[in-house]
Design a protein around this ligand. Structure first.
Ligand code: NDP
Length: 276
């Protein structure tokens, strides 16, 4: 039996084991997806175990390690390097190869909205729009690159402004960069907001006294809806994308990287606590 790990902190709430283990079972693959709660000072040792153990197929990497891990791997694919963050590791012998499936997951989640109308692709919804991203970590990087590639303007608001500045310097498409705006509310209202922080996981409010734009995308992947998602759903003319759809699609891409077979998407979707 081979293992796939989820490396991060905290990971106990994760919906990924149910999704991946159902998919492994459906295809009769002898693999198991396991949580590996990993503090900052344990990351190097965890990667060394992956190199040594021989029975680890790969891993997902989540908060707070996606940027740090990129510098600790043996090889990093071009897109992950452009984003500046890795969320998927594939073990090839004792070599660890880094990928990023968050950008793919974000794009698929947006292209298949709203889910109650159709699961088929309706195309990427933003073009020459202005989008506020809350956060400047790995997920924010993937979203910012995607949105710039689709011709949009991107504002970054982050608790730590230095990290926002670092994102803005390194994420670039044809000479265009995001810009830094004040945490937590951004500047003028734009067309969409993306919550790429964990705020909401434990019921925290975000943007509570701000008028919501026409799209609200909350990446926090939880069984219970976040306060931001609840408020957006209760507001007229706001399209809401919650974190479960992105979770599903990034997982499907990671699954294929580890196993070299297409993920059974519907089996994975059925494990989620709400329809997406
Ligand atoms: P990172 O560790 O790379 O970045 C974390 C970000 O969240 C940073 O901008 C950090 O700000 C901010 N943050 C953390 N705690 C707080 C806080 N208490 N108040 C304000 N800001 C905070 O993590 P990721 O980018 O990987 O993940 C961010 C969120 O996106 C997580 O909730 C994660 O689960 C979710 N996500 C969901 C995915 C999905 O498929 N649905 C995929 C990827 C991520 P600072 O720099 O100031 O510390």
């Amino acid at each position: 039996m081979s293992q796939v790990w989820l490396i991060g902190r905290p990971v106990a709430h994760s919906l990924s084991p149910a999704m991946h283990n159902a998919a492994f079972a459906k295809l009769g693959l002898p693999h198991r997806y396991e949580l590996k709660e990993t503090a900052d000072d344990q990351l190097v040792a965890t990667l060394d175990r992956m190199r040594r153990d021989g029975d680890v197929l790969g891993a997902n990497v989540t908060i707070p390690h996606k940027e740090t891990v990129l510098r600790l791997l043996d090889e990093v694919d071009d897109e992950a390097r452009r984003i500046g963050a890795v969320n998927t590791i594939v073990c090839r012998g004792a070599r660890l190869i880094g990928y990023n499936t968050d950008k793919y997951g974000f794009e698929k989640a947006l292209e298949t909205q709203p889910p109650d109308v159709s699961w088929s692709s309706v195309g990427f919804p933003f073009d020459h729009d202005r989008i506020l991203i809350l956060g400047a970590g790995g997920a924010a990087r993937a979203c910012a690159l995607s949105l710039l590639e689709h011709g949009n303007s991107v504002d970054i608001a982050n608790r730590d402004p230095a990290r926002a500045e670092a994102l803005v310097r390194s994420i670039e498409v044809d000479g265009r960069h995001p810009r830094v705006v004040p945490w937590p509310k951004g500047g003028e209202p734009g067309d969409a907001v993306v919550n790429a922080t964990p705020l909401g996981l434990n019921g925290e409010e975000v943007l509570e006294d701000v008028q919501l734009p026409r799209w609200v995308i909350d990446l926090v992947p939880t069984a219970a809806e976040t306060p931001l998602v609840k408020r957006a759903k209760a507001t007229d003319n706001v399209t809401v994308v919650d974190g479960l759809s992105m979770l599903l699609h990034q997982a499907a891409r990671s699954f294929q990287l580890w196993t070299a077979v297409p993920a059974p998407l519907e089996v994975m979707r059925a494990t989620l606590p709400r329809p997406v």
